[in-house]
Design a protein around this ligand. Sequence first.
Ligand SMILES: Cc1cc2nc3c(=O)[nH]c(=O)nc-3n(C[C@H](O)[C@H](O)[C@H](O)COP(=O)(O)OP(=O)(O)OC[C@H]3O[C@@H](n4cnc5c(N)ncnc54)[C@H](O)[C@@H]3O)c2cc1C
Length: 415
Amino acid sequence: MYDVIVVGARCAGAPVAMLLARHGYRTLVVDRAAFPSDTVSTHLIHQAGLARLHAWGLLDRLRETGVPPVRHMGFSNGDLGVEGFADPIEGITEVYCPRRTVLDALLVDAAREAGAEVLERCAVEDVLFSSDGRACGIRARTADGAEHDFRARFVVGADGANSTVAAKVGAEAYGTVPATGFVYYSYFSGLDWDFQNRTRDERQFASCPTHDGLTMLVVMRKRDAYREFRADATVGFQAVIDHVRPELGADLRARGRREEPFRAVRYPDNFYRRSHGPGWALVGDAGYHKDPLTARGITDAFVYGEILADQLHRGLSGAGPIDEAVADYARERDRDSAGSFALTVALSDLTLPPLLAAVVTALSQSPRHLRRFFTMVGGGCSSEEFFDPGNLAELYDAAGTPPAARLLPAGAGVS
Ligand SMILES: Cc1cc2nc3c(=O)[nH]c(=O)nc-3n(C[C@H](O)[C@H](O)[C@H](O)COP(=O)(O)OP(=O)(O)OC[C@H]3O[C@@H](n4cnc5c(N)ncnc54)[C@H](O)[C@@H]3O)c2cc1C
């Protein structure tokens, strides 16, 4: 009998298992993958996410893998853009883009070192319930093809956007916003591009240096362009960069060499799922999934995974009823992520909303607000704080923005 079983051992599941094991709980974490294992995801981690790795004693271990630090970011849409970087966030002064083969294996190792049992190549097929309706374990198929039941006081689904645990406990989705885009990405040698996120005419690319001297290049387009794009992805990929930044398109042709196949994905929808119930919780993409455009998935998995682990500790240690503790986690996640979710959904349309266009125009005139903007991107302040009318009024004053151009948020959204 385990205290907790965690299904899924990547950015959300491995840290939850590690933190619980560090508290001394008997923890099992299972994944159908075997690590090191890649997954279809790019891999920028913001300062707020790196701060969690630092708190857990894992940031230096990540640095030692040779992943290059990034201390400059450039965002643009059409001719409007911002360049800069955030203030330190919890002492973190850079971001990293580590390969998931490296990051996820490091997290799994840390969970194992903490004392969690890690079972790889183990596919969960069902959640077990006691007669009073509480989740009390999992039914899973192990590498040898045998079916096993594992029992626990609590089950955590950290098994991604298509979560089996969510389906078996009947966790309904809410706040769903249909996905708009698709992505192709790969790894290139010969380039020295830093972090860039460039959009023009509903075409976008992003770049970031990663392990082994390679640059990760990602191209995003709206779904209506998918059929045409995939007919010749190499041509379509180059065409986006040529269109958005012709000088970088020329550099890619002259010096860039693709070292790995393209990975492609049409995103699932943006959604929240009810993430707590009797004996179970959902964390990471299983409970809260959004377009990868703002690159918040890994950071959020760390931040909210830690909050879930803290609340589980509260419940398991007897400091409070466990289901109420876990409900608090879900409420906190929903409250804290609402602004970031709205911003992500608004940007995923690849068209700059008028409010953001007004703000970006003003930011170039106010270095203090520009740093604050990047601090929001890095997770050091919320989008509600940044887009607060008082903060925007100060920005517009500092920039000398004419009254007619001083747009303010209409309600909670960024429109
Ligand atoms: C194209 C793309 C680009 C992205 N870029 C970024 C980025 O730059 N930065 C960022 O922060 N985020 C990015 N994201 C989002 C990020 O990938 C996710 O938010 C993050 O991986 C969520 O972690 P997770 O642990 O919740 O789920 P996942 O990473 O999906 O892991 C779930 C795990 O559960 C396991 N599993 C699933 N079902 C079962 C089962 N039945 N039995 C056993 N195991 C199971 C899987 O094998 C998997 O290992 C991107 C996503 C995509 C698609």
